[in-house]
Ligand binder design. Structure first.
Ligand SMILES: CC(C)(COP(=O)(O)OP(=O)(O)OC[C@H]1O[C@@H](n2cnc3c(N)ncnc32)[C@H](O)[C@@H]1OP(=O)(O)O)[C@@H](O)C(=O)NCCC(=O)NCCS
Length: 142
């Protein structure tokens, strides 16, 4: 499918309803609902959304959490499959790194296959540790 889209980048969730957040978390077995997605965007501290204005929906997003002094962590980056390979992912990372420019540490965890993607932003390979509580993958019950 060829999509010729006008993509707008925004750090505001004003006007973003759960209805405009459908289709994300591809491949997750127990995915957060669009409503939970909106909540995590609200709570993230830093966020960039890619919006296809014509289709009236979000097509990509990146989040970061930070202590506002030394460190920031980028937990989530995703572009909807039909919008991938158009430069949207790169633009989201570029814009987020600009927001986090004053930080000493900017970290993220990723699969090995993703390392070349992040290396184009001068990020370096590192070793990490993590906990994944699979039963909580869709978010805390509210
Ligand atoms: C990763 C992801 C956000 C990239 O988004 P995208 O909009 O397709 O990426 P872009 O079009 O901006 O950039 C792709 C570029 O990065 C390069 N690249 C390098 N390694 C890559 C990889 N493992 N995956 C995707 N692109 C990669 C591509 O070659 C391409 O470069 P080019 O334009 O010079 O050919 C998207 O594939 C995605 O949402 N994947 C599923 C979720 C995911 O894996 N998120 C990252 C978690 S760490």
């Amino acid at each position: 499918m060829v999509i010729l889209a006008m993509i707008k980048y925004t750090s505001s969730i004003a006007g973003i309803s759960p209805l405009r957040l459908r289709g994300f978390f591809v491949g997750w077995s127990n995915k957060p609902s669009p409503r939970t997605h909106l909540l995590l965007l609200k709570n993230s501290g830093h966020l960039v959304l890619a919006v296809d204005e014509q289709m009236d929906k979000a097509v990509g997003f990146i989040t970061a959490v930070s202590d506002g002094v030394l460190s920031a962590y980028i937990p989530l980056l995703e572009v909807l499959p039909e919008y991938q390979k158009m430069g949207i992912g790169q633009e989201l990372v570029k814009r987020m790194l600009k927001k986090l420019k004053g930080m000493y540490m900017v970290d993220l965890l990723c699969d090995k296959r993703m390392q070349p993607f992040y290396m184009q932003f001068k990020m370096s390979k590192a070793t990490g540790m993590m906990i994944r509580n699979r039963t909580m993958q869709s978010g805390r019950k509210r």
